[in-house]
Ligand binder design. Sequence first.
Ligand code: SF4
Length: 324
Amino acid sequence: MGETLLEVKNIVTEFRTADGQLPAVRDVSFSLKKGETLCIVGESGCGKSITSLSVIGLLPSNGKITSGEILYEGAPIHNLPAEKMRQIRGNKISMIFQEPMTALNPVLTIGFQIREPLMLHHKLSKSEATKQGIELLKQVGIPYPEKRIDQYPHELSGGMRQRVMIAIALSCNPGLLIADEPTTALDVTIQAQILDLINDLKDKLNMGVMMITHDMGVVAEVADRVMVMYAGKKVEEGLVEEIFNNPKHPYTIGLLNSVPNVDDPDFELEPIPGSLPSLNEQITGCRFHARCKFASDICRNKEPQVINVSDTHKVSCWLETEVH
Ligand code: SF4
């Protein structure tokens, strides 16, 4: 695996609301290398999507990174003016979303939408962009790309539309691809094809991939490393085999126990009780304590520190400290 591509250091992302400033991402740090896939996992609302939108500079207008820094190839990108950030999005970092139909414009042809970034960012002529667009559609496995390029999004299946989105994302030769639940809206067989495609492209183009998902099955399929988030905080991080074979945080264990195991007839699903706290809920101690069956007094009163389980595996839980 290659050199460091992205470093996120202690970022806090807050939203301005009628109830005041509410933090959605709390002091989160991680890094990503070229040719590596980092999966960020957790339930909806845990802060994983806001973390990715913070990286790509696409936060809603009431959201802001209020502290910390984000470095891309060693240079800060968290405080760039909007125009400079737009160039980064056009040339270095791309993102694909869960539902391609909402990201694609239904009244414009695939050709128009794939040519646009090529003409804008790479200054290609219309015919050069068409040629390049056909190549990109071919690269993501779209059959008859010369015909598809003149079609509209509704004429394609969900899987084909997600391939088109990936082709558009690749048009800027990104070093970093952020994929936010890219297969959630797709059938299981199509899901596997899209994950394989992302994996293949990552290897071929030596991209870093940041995959946002709530699905541990997807994590098992694509991740090199995993970061687990809960209520805006990173609670555990490690190599994929460390997270699956030796999970330490009760929340990570809960996520793993919520995945059906078809190989084990005696396996029983064990959903995590309760639900995520809201952004404006004041919590003392461990943010997971209200849902954790191991919670003790110290958990309710004091926030756990980060413990190194190995050089690559870290967890924030009092169960892993001697104080407990
Ligand atoms: Fe559970 Fe305590 Fe660990 Fe939090 S610190 S996850 S409450 S055991």
